[in-house]
Design a protein around this ligand. Sequence first.
Ligand code: ADP
Length: 158
Amino acid sequence: MSLERTLVILKPSAVQRGLIGEITHRFERKGLRLAGMKMMQLTEDLLNEHYAHLAGKPFFPRVKASMMACPVIVCCYEGVDAIQVVRSMTGATNGRVAVPGTIRGDYCVSSQENIVHTSDSPKTAAEEIARFFKPEELFEYDRAIVDFLYYPEEYKLT
Ligand code: ADP
């Protein structure tokens, strides 16, 4: 159990389909704290780094083009075990397989146009947050509701 930060990208498929509010609403209602949020246009260089693990795949150029189709929204969320919490809310990569109730399971039907990127481990979360946010774009602030989201031993900062 630890307080973690994780990166979420609302992909062009979310922006174009008008799903920004729906998706951010889910993370808000879950109880995650928004530490940073901005709109940006992704570039080939950034995507070569971000998706380096896909470099050998035949669909890599198509995935990059899809991610550059329009600006995206990048978000940093914080919470206890936030990386796993957000990943569970995301669902399987292929929207046709993703379980209903997850973001991909509820909002998409594609293995590529799958609405969100979410960090999959503490290592990638740390790397991705540093890749997409400058330190001054991430914010610390208290929330009055914290005692109704966690018990004190769960949320060590209370
Ligand atoms: P995830 O986004 O679930 O962590 P990956 O890191 O394996 O999945 O892949 C990154 C992104 O590349 C996926 O979200 C998806 O947009 C795209 N992608 C992955 N596999 C495929 C595939 N077989 N066909 C088309 N696009 C894919």
